[in-house]
Design a protein around this ligand. Structure first.
Ligand code: FAD
Length: 461
């Protein structure tokens, strides 16, 4: 227990807290809240914990994912997915993501997605989190009552009592519903409405077989686009990746793959199936695959506009967690992007748990709003588009320090990010930029791995 916490022991109060979502963020939030003595219930609409890491071969009826009435498939995983973060840096602090040596487990440093799900199951078992989770229960409404309690309405979407609806009140709600489910589509491409081919968002991509002998245009140069282009290259006739990047040296045929090209953005789609690019080249394409990211989406939150999503900015949120006028009763875990998701969710959860207990204080609402305004102006001054508000790190050198993570750690009296964690994650990025085809299997940061395992020893014995 930290000194700061001990000093404030007398102020600790226990709250009844609702956690929405049983993915990595919801699990670690539940753990940290219960550790603080709060009474926790986790509502999870799926029938399994793990969120994104629960692979489903199902995909949505609307392959672009824009129809609001479609049946939602939560996970965006494709069958071949391996992590793009090294396991040492990816895991929670006192429950390292190390190979277990058990049969059927994946001991690779950048393991397949099944291994991450097993890890989250191990985490839930170790800290007895399953007993807190109400599965197949979808939260449909969250609002603040006059008595400062939070009204949470939820519906059973499976089981014998399917369809039953319950209203409950809580002292606090922690939103952990993920942000990789609601597709963001490329800006309207001229001519796309009459283009005769198939359009799909990467959210609904699972396996390469449907792309056999096809000419595929992938929009975007994200990590999904990188993986999926390699996944389909063995079967597809041609793979054309388009990017906003203006680095013309990179355009043209790929140096490794015979059937892969990089182009500038799509300029127009034509009625006869052609897709033309901004450099004047064109292809006759069968499929356009949008690897264009996701939108924050909180359809169940009703705050009379206090919390809103504007151009993918969830605002206003103090340090991406607390809406000042509704804090500390409403908080968000997992909003930041371009971070070590598990690590940041853990730090945010510790902070929230301590604030709800009363041993960590938040600044006044005015001060929090002021901080947010300064943050927004800073982004504007640097020319950062609004939709990157929650992007914490840059994926190109010089990689920044772990300022946000260390600030969070300081709030709850934890140690800042370990040097090896920073080194491994930035090293992975640098390797990806230099040697993208092999970065998961060839590395030279053994010294950092040794440091990480030295640290892990205290938790593994
Ligand atoms: P999620 O895992 O999405 O969990 C949210 C949960 O909330 C889900 O279980 C969902 O069913 C539930 N839910 C949603 N709405 C409701 C509701 N109304 N009521 C009840 N329950 C609800 N991160 C890494 O660290 N390493 C990687 O290699 C990596 N690769 C990735 C690859 C892909 C393709 C994607 C999409 C993401 C990847 N990530 C990776 C990021 C990943 O999202 C995070 O690691 C992390 O799993 C996010 O956890 P979360 O709990 O915030 O969200």
């Amino acid at each position: 227990m930290s000194m700061k916490k001990r000093l404030h022991q007398s102020a600790i109060t226990s709250k009844k807290v609702c956690v929405i979502g049983g993915g990595a963020s919801g699990l670690v939030a539940a753990r940290e809240l219960r550790k603080e003595g709060h009474e926790v219930v986790v509502y999870e609409r799926g029938s399994h914990l793990g969120g994104v890491w629960v692979y489903s071969s199902d995909y949505e009826s609307d392959s672009l994912g824009v129809d609001p009435t479609r049946q939602i498939v939560h996970s965006s995983l494709y069958a071949s997915l391996r992590t793009n973060v090294a396991r040492e840096a990816m895991g929670f602090t006192d429950f390292p993501f190390v190979p277990t040596g058990k049969p059927g487990r994946d001991s690779r440093r950048f393991p397949a997605h099944q291994e991450v799900l097993r890890y989250l199951e191990d985490f839930a078992n170790k800290f007895e989190l399953n007993e807190l989770i109400r599965y197949q229960t979808e939260v449909t409404h969250v609002s603040l009552e006059e008595n400062r309690k939070w009204l949470v309405k939820h519906t059973r979407i499976g089981g014998g009592d399917k369809g039953s609806k319950v209203d409950e009140t809580f002292d606090a709600v922690v939103v952990c519903n993920g942000h990789f489910t609601e597709p963001r589509i490329a800006d309207k491409i001229p001519g796309i409405d009459l283009w005769p081919g198939k359009q799909i968002h990467s959210h609904n991509y699972r396996t390469p077989e449907p792309y056999q002998h096809k000419v595929v245009v992938l929009i975007g140069l994200s990590s999904s686009s990188f993986d999926i282009s390699r996944d389909i290259a063995g079967l597809a006739k041609e793979v054309h990746i388009t990017t906003r990047s203006e680095d013309v040296r990179r355009f043209g045929k790929h140096p490794v793959y015979d059937n892969m090209w990089l182009h500038p953005m799509v300029e127009r789609a034509h009625e006869d199936g052609r897709v033309s690019f901004q450099d004047g080249t064109e292809v006759l394409a069968d499929v356009i695959l949008h690897c264009t990211g996701y939108k924050y989406h909180f359809p169940f939150i009703h705050t009379n506009g206090v919390v809103n999503v504007d151009d993918n900015r969830v605002g206003p949120l103090y340090k991406h967690v607390f809406p000042p006028t509704l804090a500390p009763g409403l908080s968000f875990v997992g909003v930041p992007s371009f971070v070590l998701a598990f690590f940041v969710a853990e730090l945010q959860s510790k902070w929230i748990a301590g604030v709800l207990s009363g041993w960590i204080s938040l600044p006044s609402k005015e001060k929090m709003m002021e901080d947010i305004e300064v943050f927004y102006s800073g982004l504007e001054a640097k020319g950062v588009p609004k939709h990157y508000t929650h992007k914490i790190h840059d994926f190109k050198p010089p990689f920044g320090p772990f300022e946000y993570e260390d600030w969070l750690a300081m709030q709850s009296g934890c140690s800042p990010a370990e040097e090896w964690r920073k080194g491994i994650s930035f090293g992975t990025l640098a390797r990806f930029l230099r040697l993208p085809e092999t970065y998961r299997d060839v590395w030279e940061d053994e010294d950092l791995i040794v440091q990480a395992y030295d640290d892990f020893m205290q938790y593994l014995s």
